[in-house]
Design a protein around this ligand. Structure first.
Ligand SMILES: Cc1cc2nc3c(=O)[nH]c(=O)nc-3n(C[C@H](O)[C@H](O)[C@H](O)COP(=O)(O)OP(=O)(O)OC[C@H]3O[C@@H](n4cnc5c(N)ncnc54)[C@H](O)[C@@H]3O)c2cc1C
Length: 337
């Protein structure tokens, strides 16, 4: 394992922000991870996956541990289900495509989400009506303090909307090393009800979609809506969609009857943050090399040489304006480093 000093993270974050790690190491096995955690006990550490859910606003004054553990395998199966384990450093989209190739169902709606398998439980990733918690069984995680592997059950992960225990009580205490999912082998629950999946399938005259058809539809929709980080630096949705009290929603609705919304419960309503940002006039705006995407107001972008601080400043400006305009607080989904 090579420890590199003063390492550029530009190619390790999808925003393409230039920031330096004080030290950087790539670990490819649990043994290596254990060794490094032991050697650097007491020193600051930062865990890095695919770098697709972070905004680097400064150099990282820590040992950056890039989790590169690879492998995937079937650990158990019965007539209906298969339990598959992916190691943390596996690329998520490739893992999804592999599961579809085996005719294992459950992950297809989350095709093309960037990042790694080990990071999926951190914010309970989700897209097109599916979240990781729907197929998640457990994950292995190494405690940074004593290097022991603990298995977290689904309940222990305390999944919520873009939330888990790893973002709250257990924050910065564990390195997720592997994740187990339970997928269907037959009687797949095809879910085409969300977003534009049905229209996309209809445009291809597909009436009885396979897992692969759903995956292809999701890929096509995502490619048409979201900027490719390889072309334009970004971290996907910068903000979470706010969930607000029904009483607060009623006030917004009275002034803006056209506000799109999803009823979460009798007392709570979710409002698309992208709509709020667009209404506040930010969509497509550019400030130097930082800006708000022209087609998708929820995505902040780096046109080339933006600093993390410049992008952070825009995000704060958006938050203040949304609060002043609608009385709604929006919260970053991206991890601000
Ligand atoms: C174009 C684009 C589209 C996106 N679309 C979606 C979407 O539809 N739905 C969605 O939910 N997300 C989406 N995202 C966000 C992102 O892809 C996910 O959050 C993804 O799971 C992040 O994985 P990563 O490996 O890149 O994490 P990183 O950015 O490397 O890390 C994110 C956080 O997790 C911590 N971390 C990383 N690995 C580990 C580990 N092994 N153990 C413990 N902590 C760790 C890091 O310290 C950091 O705080 C999108 C991003 C982009 C760029």
């Amino acid at each position: 394992m090579e420890i590199i000093n003063n390492f550029s993270l530009k190619n390790y974050n999808t925003f393409g922000i230039e920031a330096k790690a004080k030290q950087f190491v790539d670990v490819t096995s649990e043994e290596e991870l254990k060794t490094i955690l032991q050697q650097y006990a007491g020193e600051k550490k930062f865990i890095l996956g695919g770098g697709s859910n972070m905004l680097l606003t400064q150099d990282v004054n820590a040992l950056v541990i890039h989790v590169g553990l690879k492998g995937k395998k079937i650990i158990k199966e019965d007539d209906d289900f298969v339990w598959v384990e992916g190691m943390a450093g596996e690329n998520w989209h490739e893992f999804v495509l592999w599961s579809i190739d085996q005719n294992f169902g459950g992950l297809e709606n989350m095709s093309l989400i960037p990042g790694n398998v080990g990071t999926t439980p951190i914010q309970n990733i989700g897209a097109y009506g599916t979240e990781i918690k729907d197929t998640f069984v457990s994950c292995g995680a190494m405690a940074i303090a004593n290097r022991e592997i603990k298995t977290f059950s689904k309940d222990e992960c305390k999944f919520g909307y873009r939330e888990s225990v790893f973002k709250s009580e257990a924050k910065d205490q564990y390195v997720v090393t592997s994740v187990v999912f339970r997928l269907t082998k037959r009687n797949h629950k095809i879910n085409t009800s969300y977003g534009a999946i049905e229209n996309e399938l209809a445009s291809k005259n597909i009436t009885n979609p396979t897992l692969k058809d759903v995956s292809n539809a999701v890929i096509a929709i995502r490619q048409s809506k979201l900027p490719d980080p390889k072309v334009l630096g970004n971290s996907g949705s910068f903000f979470k969609n706010p969930i607000i009290a029904k009483t607060d929603f009623d006030k917004v609705h009275a002034l803006h009857p056209e506000v799109p919304h999803y009823v979460v419960s009798e007392t709570q309503v979710k409002v698309p943050a992208g709509w709020l940002i667009e209404q506040a006039g930010f969509k497509g705006k550019r400030f130097g090399d930082a800006g708000i995407h022209k087609n998708q107001a929820l995505v902040l972008v780096n046109y080339g040489h933006a600093t993390g601080q410049e992008i952070l400043n825009i995000s704060k400006d958006i938050q203040v304006t949304i609060f002043k305009t609608f009385g709604i607080r929006i919260e970053a989904e991206v991890n601000i480093i």
